[in-house]
Design a protein around this ligand. Sequence first.
Ligand code: FMN
Length: 265
Amino acid sequence: MKLSEFMENRKSAREYRLKNLSNKDLKKVNEILKEVNEKANRYNINYQLFEGENIYKPLRGEGGYSGVMIEAPGYISLSMKEPNDESYIYGAYYLEDIIGKLSEIGYGTCWVSLFSVSDELKKDVFGTKDKIDFILAFGIPVNYILKGDSQYSNRLGLEDFIYINDLDTPVDVETLQNYGLDEIFYYLRNAPSAFNKQPWRFLIKDGKIDLFIKDYQGNVNLTDSGIVMYYYEKLAEIDGINASWDLNVDPCVETDMKFIGRTNF
Ligand SMILES: Cc1cc2nc3c(=O)[nH]c(=O)nc-3n(C[C@H](O)[C@H](O)[C@H](O)COP(=O)(O)O)c2cc1C
C-alpha cells in the first residue's frame, strides 16, 4: 500500500480477532523487529514481541488510557536502556516504521500508554529493568471504528498547526501549494498522537521548517514529535525531498512552545 493511502485510512485498532499468533506470524513479526532494531539500537532502543495473554492479563486495569487496556493477540514493547529525549523521539519514530511494516502484512495496531503502570509490575511482565512507557498492540482488527471512537480521530485543519514566517501567521493552502508542501501536510495530519492532542506546530521560515510542541508535557510529547518527524521524512521522500531533522539547532523564533528540531524541504 502506498504511504499516502495508508495515512489517509490509518486508524488505531482497539478490537482484534483474539486467535493466538501462529509460529509463522511470530516469525514474520520477529523479522520486522530484527530489521528495525538494527536501525534503532544506536539510540539504545529495543523492540520486543510478546504474545497476547502474557501481557493483557497482568496489565488489565493498569495499562492504557485510565487503565483501559487493549486486548490483542500480540504486543511489541518499546524499551529504552538509558531514557533521554532522543530515545523517546526515535523510539516513536522507529515504532511507526514497525507499524507501517505490520500494516503491509495485514495487521492493525494501537499505541498503549503504560505511564500509570508501576515499574515493579512492568519489570515482572516484560522481564527487564529498561524503561517501557509504551507498547504497541497489534493483530487482525475486527472493527476499526468503534462506537464513540471518533472523539480520538478528529484532526486539526492545516491552518491550525502550520505557520508561515512567524507563529502569528497561520499558513493558507495556496502558500503550502506554492512550496509544494500541501500533500505532505495533508497526510501528515493523520499521524497518531497521545489523546489525539496533535500538539505539533510547524513554522515554515527561510526555506526550513521548525517543529514545536504546544502545551508541552514532557516524554509523551517527545513521542508525538518522533511520530510526525517520521511521517514528514517519509512523505517528503515520495515528493523527491531528502528531508532530515536536525535536533541540535536553536529555534528560528522566540516562543514559549518547546522547540524540537528543524528540517529542510
Ligand atoms: C504516544 C501515544 C500513546 C497512546 N496511548 C493510547 C492508549 O493508551 N490507549 C488508546 O486507546 N490509544 C492510545 N493512543 C492512540 C491515540 O489515542 C490515537 O492515535 C489518536 O487518538 C488518534 O486516533 P487514530 O489513531 O484512530 O487516528 C496513543 C497514541 C500515541 C501516539
